[in-house]
Design a protein around this ligand. Sequence first.
Ligand code: HEM
Length: 219
Amino acid sequence: MKQEPMIQRYKKSERVNHWIVAGCFVLLAISGLGFFYPSFFWLTNVFGSPQLARIIHPFIGIVMFVGFFIQFFRYWKYNFFNSEDIKWMKSVKTIITGGEVGDTGKYNGGQKGMFWLMTGCMILLLLSGLIAWRQYFSGFFPIWVIRLALLVHACSALALIAGIIIHVYAALWVKGTIRAMVEGVVTQTWAKKHHPRWYREMMAKHEAKEKQEVEKETL
Ligand code: HEM
């Protein structure tokens, strides 16, 4: 059977970066929920013992923050909203029933909203986490600031967990998307259907490159 033509969506370094952040997130969510709800305390054994979880959780948080901010600097320029995204967001019913709306670029309105939610949560988690980090920083702050930081930490963690559940669900639901982050490629049909403007941009780049190569060969 003839294989469908593919388009590269993520380089290897981007995929490794993404899965390091995702792995950190899972470990942090498990241990964090363990600290937060007494009935989930057993989850703190994810690192071997509750004491180890207490020590390791903040360090993994730093790794996730650094990893995410590398992603942030890779993708921020693709995540500004435009009128096509507003059209997309106003058509939830069509999207949910498998349709597509608007001339979507590399990311759609929902992905862009998720990107900024992730960014906001990451900043709040880092700042509140540093204030609440007893071993190194809590001593510099009055108790009410530490309590406020813990409240902000819990709220932003819950918002991020809810956001990531939607992020993962959308990635699994739109057939062919997981492949983008696992193998780095998508089919042209996928790109044309879900991200038509990005598809045209990629094809134009590809044609320009081919033309350049032909010109080089004929010189
Ligand atoms: C844990 C399971 C996860 C799965 C299965 C997953 C899956 C995916 C997939 C398939 C894409 C490509 C979407 C596309 O190109 O259209 C993607 C993109 C992305 N993911 Fe994840 N992801 C996970 C966790 C996370 C976490 C924890 C974060 C950060 C907090 C994250 C941040 C991103 C970002 C920033 C992008 C770039 C696209 C965008 O701006 O939406 N992912 N993910």
